[in-house]
Design a protein around this ligand. Structure first.
Ligand code: SF4
Length: 288
């Protein structure tokens, strides 16, 4: 049995950077390290980091004077950042630079007295952080239909949550054009990580007999990856660990594809590949 990895899989740039920043602090002996919200949406990686003294807090108020506080890749509002800086011994700001860009674009537009429309999910932590940079001027809309209820928009800036679909963003931008008092400034701030992983999975799914997506069952990008694989490969499975692989599913399988969500660490992917190779070798044994 041949095991084939998709061209793009696993940690995106922002998540990898956040984990590396925390690992560096661990190596320097910093304790206790507390991330505001889970650093990463992967239970196994959180457990591994937990063994190294990294834990999660739910609000800045939980950070005491000894805490090394971590701002995760989604970012936070400037108020929350200031609060953490006042309370904690040190703040590690692991906001993904792609998210920082959206925050600064919104802040600058607001300073110029312009409105900001962000295509995204208003309940997502990334969006809550962005709104904090331009609280009086920002509207977060899930899709174009929500633009209709907004007031006339003043020289608006249109940006996007980093993980939304391009189609949604373009539709929102078009709807804003109809509502604006001047030509909007449209800046596509979608990050390609999610789409790249989906495109790579789609390219491989037609070539294999079975497909394993490694990722948390609550990780939306992993669940979407599974849906992409299932379009072309009936035997597609979402697994969190190698122990979930059922060798019976691989009887008669010649080629198996593997991909992983943006929060799945490399060590877990290696374990799955190793397990698949073991099963493949076992299937190749002559039957006596
Ligand atoms: S998905 Fe993109 S924007 Fe979000 S953390 Fe990863 S690299 Fe950054």
């Amino acid at each position: 049995m041949e095991v084939l990895l998709a061209d793009e899989y696993g940690f995106c740039f922002g998540v990898e950077r956040a984990v590396e920043m925390v690992e560096e602090a661990v190596a320097e002996g910093a304790r206790p390290i507390r991330s505001l919200g889970p650093l990463i949406h992967n239970a196994q990686e959180m457990e591994r980091l937990g063994e190294k003294g990294v834990s999660t807090i739910d609000s800045p108020g939980e950070a005491d004077g000894d805490t090394i506080a971590v701002i995760r890749a989604h970012g936070v509002t400037p108020q929350v950042q200031r609060d953490l800086e006042q309370r904690a011994a040190q703040v590690i700001d692991a906001t993904c630079p792609f998210v920082t860009r959206v925050q600064h674009l919104a802040e600058r537009a607001a300073e110029q007295g312009r409105d900001v429309v962000v295509a995204g999910n208003p309940d997502h932590p990334e969006m809550i952080g962005v709104v904090g940079y331009a609280p009086n001027n920002t509207y977060v809309v899930r899709d174009a239909s929500e633009v209709a209820s907004l007031p006339t928009l003043r020289s608006p800036l249109v940006v996007s949550q980093t993980t939304i679909k391009l189609k949604t963003f373009l539709e929102v931008a078009e709807a804003v054009r109809q509502k604006a008092d001047a030509k909007p400034q449209v800046v596509n701030t979608i990050c390609s990580a999610t789409r790249d992983r989906q495109d790579a999975a789609r390219a491989l799914a037609g070539e294999v007999d079975a497909f394993y997506v490694i990722g948390g069952r609550h990780s939306s990008n992993s669940v979407k990856l599974l849906a992409v694989c299932q379009e072309q490969c009936e035997k597609s499975f979402l697994i969190e660990t190698p122990s979930e692989i059922d060798p019976g599913d691989l009887q008669g399988v010649g080629r198996v594809g593997v991909t992983a969500g943006a929060s799945t660490p490399d060590w877990l992917i290696k374990q799955v590949v190793q397990r698949l190779n073991e099963i493949g070798a076992a299937h190749a044994q002559p039957v006596h």
